[in-house]
Structures are given as C-alpha cells and as structure tokens.
Write a protein that binds this ligand. Structure first.
Ligand code: PLP
Length: 452
C-alpha cells in the first residue's frame, strides 16, 4: 500500500516549496503549518513520515464518499478522454445528466440547476437571483453562520473573524437564529427558543421594511459555526414569514446537502421547500470543484422572461459534472445516505453522548447523520467555552493540545473555536467510527485537564 513506504525527504521537499510559494487560506489568522500529504484512500490519508490519519473532518466536510473512490476516479478519467473541457452555453451529456440527477433529489419544484465552481459562488448567484427576482436590495443572514469567502458571501457569514476591515456588503442585515445551548433569547426550552427566534425575525423584517428585503438566507443546519440543528417548526416559520412578505428563502446546503445529515438534503428533516437551494462539496465529494443553485419554478419563470445577468467560464465543467453523475449514482446504488443516517443513530450519536457523560470538558454533543459537534467547555455549569477570552488572536492552547492529542492517536479532527466536529465520510465503517471515538476519548482526557 502507498502508506507503507514513508519518504520523509520527499515530504520535506514538498513542504519547503509549499512554504516558499503557497499563500494558504486564512494563513495569518490560523498560523497554518500545513502537513505534507502523500496519499489518501477511503476514510484515511497519510503523510510522508508513515503516519496515517482517520479523517474525521472529511477534508473540509466534503469527501462524503471518502478518498479515491474507484468509480468516481474512473468517471473523471473517462470524461477526460472523451471531452476534457467545453464552454458553458452548450448542451453536454455530463452536464445535463448531472443537472437531472440533482433536480431529481432537491426538494419540491427546485428543478433548474445553475452550476458554479463551489459554494461561495453558489451563494453569490443565489443572492443576485433573489435581488433581480424581487427588485429589492436587502438580504437577511444569521449570526453564527458560514456562507463562503467571496465578498457577498463573507459578509453574509455571521462571524466577525471573517470580515475584512475595510468593507461590508451593501444591504446585508444580520439576525439571530435559534441555538438553545447559547440562546440569544435566554430560552430554556426548544419550543421557547423557536417561538422567540421567529418573533425576533418577524420584528427584524418589520423594522427593516418588508418591501426592501430580497432574501433570507440560512444554512438548513448551520455547519461551520457549530452544527446547530434548528428546533422543530423554526424553518417552517421562516418559510411562512418569507411567503407573507414575498421574500425569497435561500437554504444554503453547501455543507449539509448530499447526504451529510442522513437525507439527500437537510430540508427533508423539516419538511420545507426553499425558493433557492445552494449546494457544492458533497455533490461530487470535491473530486473536481463544483457547486450550484437549485431554482424554483417561480424564479426560473422570471429568468425565462428576462436574462439572468450572471455566468462563469467553467459553469458545469464536464469533468466536475461527470464526477457528480458517478457520485450521485453510486450513493444511490450503495445506499450511502441511509448509511450516514445509521452511522449517526447507531454509532456517532450514542458514542459521543457516552463520551460526554464521562468527560467534564464536554458541554454539549449535538447533530445528526454524519454531522456532529462536540462543544468543549472550561466549566460545564457556566458553559464557559474552552477558549481564552482575548481579542488578540492568541493561539488557543487547550484546543491546540486537544487537537495534537487527536493526531497523536491517528485521528484528524475538525477543530473550530471551542468545538470539535465529528464529520467523517458518510462511507466510514462502524469499526472506523469506533476507532475515531476511541481517539477522541483519549484526547478529551487532555481537554479535561483544562476544566475548572
Ligand atoms: N456555504 C456553506 C454552508 C459552507 O459550509 C461553505 C463552506 O464551508 C460555503 C458556503 C462556501 O463554499 P466554498 O468554500 O466551496 O466556496
């Protein structure tokens, strides 16, 4: 196997060149020290030193089918041999078939697909569609959200660490979405949190002027900001508010879509149909960059009458679409969405709750499917997060120690602020998931040392 042949010298050369010439995402902020990766397969990747890691982050929560799936690799190779690239405004087999397979799975009448190269572009275009469709300027988005790193998307993102110092995007208004564990509304039950969050949104809409609001954008289940499953009734309430005021409801499923939550799309858990749905990541597990917007009949009608002022050179790239066709087909054939639901119900959910019962550093465990967050705290009573309270961007020593302990035990964790997310490939076996839980168990013992 490839990971049986460590080659530290080759790894050092790759890393030195990377250091010299690659400007990484969020570099200054996160003080990136990139690992040199030699290869990957299934749920694992490995470095040049001979260390193998179980990837509990799915890269950046996108390798839903794991690494190097032979069917998708073959489909990309076959498409490259036939027609490696082509311009956007032509009908191509791989593109039309990918759109058909996606439209078959998106909720309700979201049957037209606008392709992009990733999630942020999908969000940009969804917002522009909503603005042209309604003729209104404003967009409401939630604090504690992530929508991408282009100008509009990053300003829609509800995380001040992500905002550039020099600008805000015109027309972006933020509101609070429900999150009982750290409730912005001082609620004590899910029902109370839901009702208060809907009252709050209704009030924001009224005070902004309903006739000025093009869209409300929400991650169906907010991911990067903490995997906060909304209370029953919340998204239906948002749908009703949008309907009442002629506002476009955009569900951002870039992270939650394509099986991550145990359904093809997370909207299915809540029985809502948005007007626009953004996707990327899981659509082809990131084997070739692809994202898009699924568009309702009413909005598609608007653009049947007047042109949509947007498009991208690589929209619906044949290699990306061929990868999407192969990914969706194999997910359907192999029951991978059901496998994600089972992984959550039978292994990750019970396993993480069991860890929470034993480790004082775990404040809360929440999630569904292959989409779980573990909230680490210094103090379970006060819920004080396991992060130092300063605004200087100082390295978070307790979380860094926790992450290092995970890696030492062969687990690659997703870590953000005071949370670790258990977000492995949906194809992760029960035995692999249990191996990951055992590594988390050992690392949480390190985090426990930092509790009061
Ligand atoms: N929207 C959501 C919900 C996301 O989670 C992400 C990325 O994590 C994005 C948008 C941005 O996607 P991309 O990084 O592909 O531009």
């Amino acid at each position: 196997t490839p990971y049986a042949a460590p080659d530290p010298q080759a790894g050092a050369a790759v890393k030195a060149t990377d250091r010299a010439h690659v400007f990484h995402s969020w570099s200054a902020q996160e003080l990136i020290d990139p690992l040199a990766v030699a290869g990957a397969e299934g749920s694992y990747f490995w470095d040049y030193e001979g260390n193998r890691y179980l990837d509990f982050a799915s890269g950046l929560v996108f390798t839903n089918i794991g690494y190097q799936h032979p069917k998708v690799v073959a489909a990309i190779q076959e498409q490259a041999g036939k027609l490696a690239t082509f311009a956007p405004a032509f009908a191509l087999e791989a593109r039309s078939e990918a759109a058909r397979l996606i439209a078959e799975r998106t909720p309700g009448d979201l049957d037209k697909i606008f392709f992009t190269n990733g999630g942020a572009e999908a969000v940009e275009n969804a917002i522009r569609m909503a603005r042209v469709h309604t003729g209104r300027p404003k967009v409401l988005s939630a604090y504690r959200s992530y929508h991408g790193a282009t100008t509009t998307a990053i300003n829609l993102t509800g995380d001040p660490r992500r905002w550039a110092s020099d600008s805000g995007a015109a027309g972006v208004v933020r509101f609070w979405a429900p999150f009982l564990y750290r409730s912005p509304f001082y609620s004590s039950t899910e029902q109370e949190e839901c009702a208060r969050a809907l009252d709050h949104l209704e009030s924001v809409i009224a005070h902004e002027g309903p006739g000025t609001i093009a869209a409300v954008i929400l991650e169906t289940v907010p991911g990067t900001a903490g995997i906060m499953v909304p209370p029953p009734g919340y998204l239906a309430g948002v749908r009703e508010l949008c309907d009442r005021h002629g506002i476009v409801f955009v569900a951002d499923e870039v992270m939650a879509g394509f099986g991550r939550t145990g359904r093809w799309f997370a909207t299915e858990h809540f029985d809502v149909v948005p007007d626009l749905l953004t996707f990327a990541k899981g659509v082809n597990s990131g084997y070739v960059p692809l994202g898009g917007v699924a568009i309702s009949g009413a909005i598609a009608d608007t653009f049947a009458r007047r042109p949509y002022p947007g498009g991208l050179t690589y929209s619906g790239h044949p290699l990306a679409c061929a990868a999407a066709v192969a990914t969706i087909e194999l997910m359907a054939e192999e029951g991978i969405v059901e496998q994600a639901a089972h992984l959550g119900d039978a292994v990750l959910g019970p396993g993480l709750r069991e860890l929470a019962a034993r480790h004082p550093s775990v404040g809360e465990v929440r999630g569904l499917g292959a989409f779980w967050a573990v909230e680490l705290v210094r103090d379970r009573e006060t819920r004080e997060p396991l992060v130092p309270y300063n605004a200087t961007g100082e390295a978070n020593a307790p979380m860094a120690a926790f992450a290092a302990a995970c890696r030492k035990n062969g687990l690659w964790p997703f870590v953000n602020m005071n949370r670790t997310h258990a977000v492995p490939p949906l194809t992760t076996s029960e035995a692999e998931a249990k191996e990951g839980l055992a590594a988390l168990d050992a690392a949480l013992a390190v985090a426990d040392e930092h509790t009061v």
